[in-house]
Design a protein around this ligand. Structure first.
Ligand SMILES: [Fe+2]
Ligand SMILES: [Fe+2]
Length: 327
């Protein structure tokens, strides 16, 4: 049966909800709150945020394209911006000469356009949930996030937000960004592996993570697929916690103090770490393991890619995507 853009969008949200760090009750309460907010909006805002009614991820959105459009060939990239859309257009010329079907959907991980505008919207609720796992009370996480969420919102506000959307419109290439739905997957996969470990040193954690197929494959392309950015391979691991995988983007650096002191975490695992976070981690002798950003995001995108293939959709691997078996 033909698969439409709407089917792919629905499947992506389903994957995100299945892997969400919140309890079913917390997720339902969040969605109820959003629906109530939606009801009180004016008509223009209601139209902009119509997806709040069923999709709890503000950074996962169809940027361009009718939901009823049929999809047969998908280009998947961790980033899809104007240059990738121009590349798809050039590739389609080449595919036509080769007698192949054109790429009829650009699928990105990192959000663009109104999905990027929604990035701050996924931060608080999800980070409250992941930190609760470590034993940090919601008020501490939420309070420490306020400034950071404000910064993310303001920095996005001044951006040329719809640049890639306008390229997709002009080239008539449907475009979909699947952000937190994939980060939830990567968070669950890595958390489950970590929960089974009884590491003595940081190197024991790095060794276990190195067995994940996406990180193994990253080692063929990157000289250091897993790096230790504070502490060292020989540092005592202590309690290990996946801190920076889902919840939009980095939270506040101060949370690292709570992780160290309140939750007695010794080692965190993230996909990237800012200087402010590294400085704060160093203050508390907290070890920071950073898994390759592209490989970690690719791990999260993999279930959606596998599902597309199960529906006989051709997948063209592009920009940063690492295609490997799910662990
Ligand atoms: Fe991500
Ligand atoms: Fe990312």
């Amino acid at each position: 049966m033909a698969v439409t853009l709407g089917d792919i969008y629905k499947k992506a949200v389903e994957i995100g909800m299945k892997n969400d760090p919140r309890t079913k009750e917390d997720l339902a309460a969040y969605m109820k709150e959003k629906k109530e907010k939606l009801k009180k909006m004016n008509e223009a805002q209601k139209k902009l945020h119509a997806d709040w009614g069923w999709n709890p991820y503000d950074d996962t959105r169809v940027i361009y394209g009718d939901l009823k459009r049929q999809v047969e060939v998908v280009y998947v990239g961790i980033d899809v911006e104007t240059q990738e859309l121009a590349l798809i257009s050039a590739l389609n010329g080449k595919r036509e000469r080769e007698g192949k079907k054109p790429i009829d959907l650009a699928l990105a991980h990192h959000p663009e356009s109104h999905a990027l505008e929604g990035l701050a919207g996924v931060m608080e609720d999800i980070q409250v949930a992941t930190m609760k796992e470590a034993g940090i009370p919601p008020n501490l996480t939420s309070g420490s996030l306020k400034d950071r969420i404000g910064d993310v919102t303001k920095s996005v506000h001044s951006d040329n937000l719809h640049r890639a959307k306008s390229a997709a419109q002009l080239l008539d290439i449907p475009f979909f960004c699947a952000h937190t739905i994939a980060d939830n997957v990567a968070y669950q996969v890595v958390s489950k592996i970590v929960q089974k470990l009884k590491p003595r040193k940081v190197k024991d954690v790095v060794e276990a993570l190195g067995k994940i197929p996406h990180f193994k494959k990253a080692a063929e392309e990157y000289s250091e697929p897993i790096s230790v950015q504070t502490g060292s391979l020989d540092s005592w691991a202590g309690k290990v916690f996946v801190e920076g995988y889902t919840g939009g983007t980095d939270g506040s650096a101060v949370i690292l103090k709570y992780l160290s002191r309140n939750a007695q975490v010794g080692t965190t695992i993230a996909m990237h770490k800012s200087k402010a976070h590294r400085d704060e981690a160093n203050k508390h002798h907290l070890n920071s393991i950073i898994t390759n950003h592209m490989a970690s995001d690719a791990l999260g995108m993999q279930p959606l890619v596998d599902w597309l293939r199960s529906k006989k959709i051709e997948v063209v691997i592009g920009c940063g995507m690492i295609d490997a078996k799910m662990p």
